[in-house]
Design a protein around this ligand. Structure first.
Ligand code: ZN
Ligand code: ZN
Length: 99
């Protein structure tokens, strides 16, 4: 039994309403722990992390622009997403923790 399926319905489905600007170009899902690369692309922390190699230089998974420093999570975007899509964001968190 899932304990609290609170029906805080503020307008229907929570997944199809995500703005295109908050979709990760790599996994095509809501950005989770977004990072901004030096080329300006935004991606999930883990999407970039997976595409990194410890030996070679790292490249943007989207445009292959090389970068040296591993970007940090953009807290402002992170908080914004958490606020805009609390349900979808939580679901992404669970996805990542499981998979
Ligand atoms: Zn992603
Ligand atoms: Zn890029």
């Amino acid at each position: 039994m899932d304990k609290s399926t609170l029906n805080e319905d503020d307008g229907g489905s929570d997944s199809d309403e995500i703005s295109q600007s908050f979709i990760c170009c790599v996994c095509r899902e809501l950005l989770y722990k977004p990072i901004v690369l030096s080329c300006g692309h935004i991606s999930c922390f883990w999407c970039v992390h997976h595409s990194m190699s410890g030996l070679c230089e790292s490249r943007c998974p989207i445009c292959r622009h090389p970068y040296i420093h591993f970007p940090t999570i953009c807290q402002m975007l992170h908080l914004l997403l958490l606020k805009l899509y609390p349900v979808a964001y939580k679901r992404r968190e669970n996805q990542i923790l499981v998979g």
